[in-house]
Design a protein. Structure first.
Length: 365
């Protein structure tokens, strides 16, 4: 793992042992489902998980015991943690607010760089906040840990030189901009229902606005108030639904599979999710269906892919023609020269946020 940590952060990672922050019971994925891994049952495997460069699920279903099996909190990949910390350009003495305490590991790393008294971390889940508070204290990094909704920031400690979120957002909460000092930075994963996410680094101006470019690939848990709705295809698509049927020669390889293409489409087509379902009787996985769904309007589209002539059947249901919207957004991306996602940026004002290409003067969504 050390080889994947930037040199400037290796000393901090050595000073903050990750296993001190990992709960005794975590969940690992096997055959597509999270299964418990208990330290008491398999201490060597548990410790190996702690020091792998992989995310570790530390909570399911917001801790409600429902058994639905949705991961709702995780210890992020150390290499991705380091990527975000490096992007924040932390210096000793910076006042830092972290959104999404989780295990407390990231807060300890921040404190190692800027100082314990300069670090505040906020966690919406009271149980997770208490566990992290104890872990931070026991590990020797007793930073201020607040149980509250991090999308509201933490006004008592403002202004902050840096605000770091370890949970993804689509709508950047304006309190983060208000509570950052002029010249400060807000660093957060940013995603859409269609695209897992990229790192966003905003520079805060003195006029109540902030602006910056998107950077690396960073998929995180969502802040709770902005999660895309859960639900399987069977919950959204019914055989009883009426639909319009068309044929297309567009294959999903690029609009769905290409990182930058899907980033642009997600920004241009709000609220649309995608799911790929392989035919169970096709071991070669050459036959599958891409489902596009908008839970808000009940709209869906199915995009059927199979070997043979490049003519794929598309069915669309509901007030939105989701495949048509995707195709238009993809065509725009191609005509723009297939720009990399790092050419896009975001500007946040008191009443709106605007996605742009290359320069804030060129808004696209």
């Amino acid at each position: 793992m050390a080889r994947k940590i930037p040199p400037a952060w290796r000393a901090a990672f050595m000073a903050v042992p990750r296993h001190l922050f990992i709960p005794d019971t975590v969940w690992v994925r096997e055959e597509g489902r999270p299964v418990p891994l208990r330290r008491a049952d398999s201490p060597e495997r548990w410790l190996e998980a702690c020091y792998s460069d992989e995310p570790i699920a530390v909570q399911l279903d917001d801790g409600d015991g429902s058994g639905r099996g949705y991961v709702t909190s995780s210890a992020s990949m150390p290499s991705v943690v380091a990527l975000m910390l490096e992007a924040a350009e932390l210096r000793f003495g910076h006042r830092v607010l972290e959104i999404g305490t989780g295990t407390g590991f990231n807060a300890a790393l921040i404190a190692c760089r800027v100082g314990i008294d300069n670090t505040t971390t906020v966690e919406i889940d009271a149980d997770l906040a208490e566990q992290a508070r104890e872990a931070l204290k026991n590990a020797g990094w007793p930073v201020e840990t607040v149980a509250a909704d991090g999308t509201q920031g933490y006004p008592p400690g403002a202004p902050y030189d840096r605000i770091l979120s370890t949970a993804s957002v689509y709508k950047v909460p304006y309190p983060w901009i208000e509570q950052a000092a002029p010249g400060g930075k807000v660093v957060t994963p940013w995603g859409t229902a269609f695209h897992s996410g990229a790192l966003l680094r905003l520079y805060v101006n003195g006029d109540g606005t902030a602006s910056g470019h998107f950077e690396g690939d960073t998929g995180f848990m969502w802040v709770r108030g902005q999660r895309p709705p859960h639900g399987a295809v069977e919950d959204r698509v019914s055989p009883e639904h009426d639909y319009a049927e068309t044929v297309t020669d567009l294959h999903p390889y690029e609009p769905v599979g290409d990182f930058s293409a899907s980033f642009a489409i997600g920004a241009l087509v709000p609220g649309m999710t995608s799911t790929l379902v392989y035919d169970r009787d096709d071991p070669a996985s050459q036959r599958y269906t891409v489902y596009l769904m908008d839970p808000g309007s009940g709209s869906w589209a199915s995009w059927r892919i199979q070997p043979g002539p490049h003519e794929y059947v598309v069915k669309q249901h509901g007030p939105r023609s989701l495949f048509d919207e995707l195709a238009r957004a993809y065509q725009w991306w191609k005509e723009a020269g297939k720009p990399d996602h790092t050419r896009f940026g975001l500007t946040v004002t008191p009443d709106r946020q605007i996605v742009w290409l290359d320069d804030p003067a060129h808004p696209v969504a």
